[in-house]
Write a protein that binds this ligand. Structure first.
Ligand SMILES: [Zn+2]
Length: 92
């Protein structure tokens, strides 16, 4: 035994708040790219990768209105537009 966690489902710590619980991909891009607002109105500060994936997947999710002022907001929208819903369930 060398202390490694068994199996493939290594627990990642420090992922951004926008990462969906079942999306095991690591963060990508600046850690605080934009603020995503979920259907309950919670503000989730997310990286480029997870903000786009959550936006493409979770009903009622949107970018914070002030995200329009941020240079990466368009990148998030472009990525989201090219993703299937719940990309992590189809291996993307
Ligand atoms: Zn992330």
């Amino acid at each position: 035994m060398n202390g490694h966690i068994k199996g493939r489902g290594t627990v990642r710590v420090g992922r951004c708040a926008a990462a969906h619980a079942r999306d095991t991909t690591p963060c990508e891009g600046p850690a605080e790219t934009v603020t995503v607002i979920d259907a309950e109105g919670r503000e989730l500060i997310g990286c480029l990768h997870h903000s786009a994936r959550t936006l493409a997947s979770v009903a009622g999710t949107r970018l914070h209105p002030l995200a329009a002022l941020l240079p990466r907001a368009a990148d998030v929208y472009h990525r989201a537009a090219e993703l299937p819903p719940f990309a992590w369930e189809v291996g993307r």
